[in-house]
Design a protein around this ligand. Structure first.
Ligand code: NDP
Ligand code: HEM
Length: 488
């Protein structure tokens, strides 16, 4: 057997005894000079960082994104440059509302946050398992999240808060319909789709822009639990999704997703009957078909949960040449929010940690700040512009200009937006059994909510599809006569 290394303090001094503190006599008291004890207790006090304000409970793994189809006519991003090209990725799944110790098999949206370590820097696609979202203006996000978290007095989740907010925010109807449908409670992370959800842009070598939506279709198939099945799972295993993902990868059963895009010519944006930058809307497949791009595979578990999964930091602001933003208001808000969260949650130099560190060289002028771990070697070139060979900008990476005009104002996001057609389409594509389970789940979730809030919400269901409104009203024991009048 090889000799085991000698244990040391963090300063490198050998540790003679890690089982017994230094005491005066066998019964104590202890001596403050026992620095090994002090270091151990003090370190433990610092072993947690703040949990993510949303998406706190998560699981992740490394893998590859392999290109199977040439889309270089749309994007010059190096990740898409040739068929067969494989780029390393890290994918973190999560639930949204629960805290760091929440159970996995709860009805909730799932996060699908992908970091692609490209040659031109990290491309982060921070999406969900749903193609749409509850609100379309970032100014509403903190209020929405409050309704998902705990009530300030009772410290309990509040169905009243959720339905009050949703019923007063009809743009949420599409996402609410998905959340309470079968897909709102996946059997595990392997059995759900991923969506970039927001609208991004592709830029090609000629400097042409297309709008793009990203889709990841599970090759394991969609598998979901009913509420009752979910309860049984949670009673036995709070970590069901973590366990399923980790164990599948350990035994070589690597989960895969078909990576697809929808592409919209730049000039179509003014022509669609819906706002293509509105995250409460999908682009119908009939108008913008899915184009297959590649295969996403997860094939390596993280070695250390805290170092890699907890400290992983994803941000929609991380784009690379060939992939850009769009006017999507929610995306614009998120471009600020994530990196700001990381600086607070993880620290100033979060991008230098192994899981976040780009796999390409980085050349920037940010240095000082808590926990700088690399020693900058720029010498006299510590500002820019300089005459000392420091890194410089390259205008070939500039995006083509985007024509935007209009008056700055607070535009009412309700005006000119149909909140009902697409949720109705979704309801109508479900089988009668799926519709029944959706309406059962909704009625169950609205139990105990004040009747005026329930009625206000049922009007939204009715506007999407009469059968939808009437079905929920019946289950809630709510008078249906006045529905058509209220829905006018
Ligand atoms: P399609 O018939 O071409 O597509 C329907 C889509 O709905 C499929 O992608 C299907 O996913 C998905 N789907 C089926 N059941 C559910 C569910 N319970 N929750 C979420 N998605 C589900 O129709 P359209 O493109 O015209 O869209 C019609 C409606 O389908 C939309 O209003 C939207 O609600 C929903 N949808 C559309 C998407 C899009 O990008 N166009 C994406 C996802 C949903 P799968 O193929 O995996 O079975
Ligand atoms: C996590 C903000 C909308 C998907 C987070 C975090 C913040 C945040 C602050 C925690 C980041 C961290 O501490 O690491 C916002 C704001 C939004 C918004 C301000 C709206 C304006 C969305 C939307 C999606 C989404 C629309 C999906 C399309 C995620 C995911 C995570 C996350 C997947 C977890 C990332 C991870 O695994 O670390 N969000 N969010 N968010 N958000 Fe959002």
């Amino acid at each position: 057997m090889t000799k085991r290394p000698t244990m040391t303090t963090t300063a490198g001094a050998p540790v003679p005894d890690n089982q017994n503190s230094v005491s005066i006599g066998p019964r104590g008291p202890l001596l403050l000079q026992d620095y090994q004890l002090v270091e151990k207790l003090a370190h433990q006090n610092r072993e947690r960082i703040p949990e993510r304000v949303v998406h706190a409970k998560g699981s992740a793994a490394y893998g590859t994104l392999t290109i199977t189809n040439d889309i270089s006519r749309y994007s010059k991003a190096k990740v898409f440059s040739e068929i067969g090209k494989a780029t390393e990725v890290f994918l973190r799944f999560s639930t949204v509302a629960g805290e760091r110790g929440a159970a996995d098999a709860e009805r909730d949206v799932r996060g699908f946050a992908l970091k692609v370590y490209t040659e031109d820097g990290n491309w982060d696609l921070v999406g969900n398992n749903t193609p749409v979202f509850f609100v379309r203006d970032p100014v509403k996000f903190p209020d929405f999240i409050r309704t998902q978290k705990r009530h300030p007095s009772t410290n309990l989740r509040s169905a009243t808060a959720m339905w009050d907010f949703w019923s007063l925010s009809p743009e949420s109807l599409h996402q609410v319909t998905i959340l309470f449908s079968d897909r709102g409670l996946p059997q595990g992370y392997r059995f759900m789709n991923g969506y970039g959800s927001q609208t991004y842009s592709f830029i090609n070598e000629k400097g042409e822009r297309h709008w793009v939506k990203f889709h990841f279709k599970s090759m394991q198939g969609i598998k979901t639990w009913t509420n009752r099945e979910g309860e049984t799972v949670v009673a036995k295993d709070r970590e069901s999704a973590q366990r399923d993902l980790y164990e599948a990868i350990e035994k070589g059963d690597f989960p895969r997703w078909k990576f697809c895009v929808q592409i919209m010519p730049e000039s179509d944006a003014g022509k669609t009957p819906y706002n293509p930058f509105d995250i409460t809307k999908v682009w119908p497949h009939g108008d913008y078909p899915l184009i297959e791009v590649g295969i996403l595979e997860l094939n390596r578990n993280a070695a250390h949960y805290f170092a890699e999964v907890e400290q992983s930091s994803f941000s929609p602001s991380n784009i690379v040449p060939g992939i850009g933003f769009s006017p999507d208001k929610m995306l614009q808000g998120r471009i600020f929010a994530y990196a700001d969260a990381h600086r607070y949650r993880v620290g100033t130099h979060y991008e230098a940690l192994p899981v976040n560190r780009p796999r390409c060289p980085v050349h920037h002028y940010h240095a000082d700040g808590a926990m700088l771990s690399d020693i900058p070697t720029r010498g006299d070139a510590y500002y820019e512009p300089n005459s000392f060979n420091g890194p410089v900008q390259e205008d070939r990476f500039a995006e083509p200009p985007l024509a935007i005009s209009g008056d700055a104002a607070r535009y009412d996001h309700r005006v000119g937006n149909d909140d009902y057609k697409q949720p109705g389409n979704l309801f109508r594509l479900m089988t009668a059994e799926q519709q029944g389970r959706l309406m059962d789940n909704l009625a169950e979730a609205m139990q105990g909510v004040p009747v005026e809030i329930v009625k206000r919400q049922i009007v939204h269901f009715y506007r999407a599809d009469k059968a939808y409104g009437l079905g929920v009203a019946k289950r809630m024991g709510v008078e249906v006569e006045a529905l058509s009048e209220a829905a006018e």
